[in-house]
Ligand binder design. Structure first.
Ligand code: 4AD
Ligand code: MG
Length: 467
């Protein structure tokens, strides 16, 4: 057998397993998922993360690698040189008969992933090792693929990708959920008249981590027409739910010359494109989720691709909830914010699929949303989906300077503090609209995983920023 060079000849296990014919002599590298010993032969399940399936490596007694294979256990990192042959066993087309095994890293029986299945809660406590499980292998392959799908969708449609800033002085959503960014001495900050002198801080102002790239996105939309952002956002919101993370990724398109209807259509097209993309490019991983995590997943995703989304106004949604006869923890009346129990009821029970709720009361939405002619609602939309609830939030923006200024004052936002934002309304203002899709919420939807902590590599939630 010729000598294979590990730097150049390594074959990805996915390529080996998917090949129509034997890949011949190969060199593969990865981590052992299991080691099974039987009379005179050891079976190693080798996984390199390229696909869900592991490669069966067979080491017979007569192989020069047999002695080495005797010392191996779950978790070891190895390289295997051998020959690909058709597998007589069930479940795989090809296996490798090992001629040589290089051990890079041993792992003894204290390696925590010995059992086949572990609870997600336990796996969260070893977030540094969980990528080496089937479920998290699948989650992070899908995450990577879908991130690519985001760019594909917008780039194919001529949208400009903008990198909105992470550090900013403005709280876009106005909910006061910003993490502070400061270099002032926390023990003894400079003060003027008993108040912290933020103007002496690093940026000469009070700054924090962004809660949304929207306001900057709007500035770019008034130059490039169609733009999107895709980056991390941060919210110091103390809500310990399965759908809230303190650090999450958001995709925010912003489109000039668009109203709420155009915005909803874009959201629907985008959503459907991403689902179709996942069905086409993540088949093996989605089949895994369908089998082990959420039995109805594939059927639900296939239906979403075929069925137009429904829409109803907030006012109608409130009426439907009130008439439902359903007991909710939070009672519903016009003017209240919809709670997740209401959102789930609407999307799961009332329409049984994705639902746009539009035209919310002005008082419960952000200052930048465009006032409707009824003077009490704004041109807002939320997209609600079964199992997740709110997955997209968006609106047409208030492009009329005087109304926007009035609105800001009503919301206790000093117009001077956002003079740069208002400049777009002063010079060349245009109707425009946009939305934000929570990337993790979308991943929950597409994988059936029920906790936001299980679709992001290293979750940040209140009380938890280890790793
Ligand atoms: O509804 P939100 O707060 O809207 C905005 O931030 C707008 N500036 C978007 C825009 O119009 N450009 O957030 C948008 C989406 C939500 O629908 C949800 O999917 C997700 O972001 N999201 C979160 N995801 C995980 N953890 C959190 N704490 C989230 N908060 C919002
Ligand atoms: Mg929202």
């Amino acid at each position: 057998m010729k000598t294979l060079d590990w730097r150049t000849d390594r074959l990805r296990i996915k390529a080996l397993l998917r090949a129509d014919q034997s890949a011949g002599e190969v060199f593969v590298q990865g981590w052992l998922r299991t080691v099974r010993r039987s009379k005179g032969v050891n079976f190693l399940a080798l996984n390199d993360g390229s696909c869900l399936e592991s490669l069966q490596v067979v080491v017979g007694e007569d192989s020069p690698a047999f002695a080495t294979s005797e010392s191996l256990g779950t978790g070891c990192c190895v390289g295997v040189r051998g020959t690909v042959v058709a597998s007589p066993g069930e479940g795989q087309a090809w296996e490798v008969q090992a001629a040589e095994i290089i051990v890079y890293g041993q792992a003894d029986e204290t390696f925590p992933l010995q059992k086949k299945r572990h609870g997600f809660e336990f796996l969260r406590s070893i977030a540094h090792l969980r990528p080496r499980t089937n479920a998290f292998g699948a989650v992070f392959r899908v995450r990577s693929r879908i991130a690519h799908a985001v760019h594909t969708f917008f780039q194919e449609r001529g949208f400009l990708y903008i990198h909105s800033p992470i550090i900013t002085a403005n709280d876009c959503e106005g909910a006061g959920e910003m993490f502070r960014v400061t270099t002032l001495n926390p023990e003894n900050p400079p003060q003027v008249d008993g108040r912290i002198a933020w103007h002496e801080d690093f940026f000469g102002a009070k700054t924090g981590l962004t809660v949304s790239g929207q306001l900057q996105g709007e500035l770019f939309a008034t130059a490039f027409t169609d733009i999107y952002t895709f980056g991390p956002t941060f919210r110091a919101e103390n809500s310990n739910t399965s759908r809230h993370a303190s650090e999450f990724w958001m995709i925010e398109p912003e489109v000039a010359f668009a109203d709420l209807a155009v915005n909803c259509q874009l959201a629907e097209d985008f959503f459907r494109f991403m689902v179709e993309y996942a069905l086409e490019h993540c088949q093996e991983d989605l089949a895994f989720f369908n089998q082990f995590i959420d039995k109805g997943l594939l059927e639900r995703l296939e239906n979403v691709v075929k069925t137009p989304f429904q829409a109803m106004s907030y006012t109608e949604a409130v009426e439907r909830l009130q008439k439902s006869g359903q007991k909710f923890e939070f009672p519903v009346e016009w003017g209240c914010d919809l709670q997740s129990e209401h959102e789930r009821y609407l999307t799961e029970q009332v329409v049984g699929g994705p639902l746009f709720v539009t035209d919310y009361p002005a008082g419960i939405k952000a200052f930048y949303m465009r006032q409707n002619d009824d003077n009490r609602t704004v041109a807002a939309m939320d997209l609600l989906v079964p199992k997740v609830g709110e997955i997209i939030g968006g609106s047409q923006r208030e492009e009329r300077l005087d109304i926007l200024q009035r609105k800001m004052r009503a919301f206790d936002i000093l117009p001077e503090s956002l003079d740069w934002y208002l400049d777009t309304r002063r010079w060349g203002s245009c109707p425009h609209a946009g939305f934000g899709l929570g990337f993790e919420r979308f991943l929950m939807y597409i994988t059936g995983m029920e906790n936001v902590r299980d679709v992001i590599p290293f979750p940040r939630t209140p009380g938890n920023a280890r790793f």
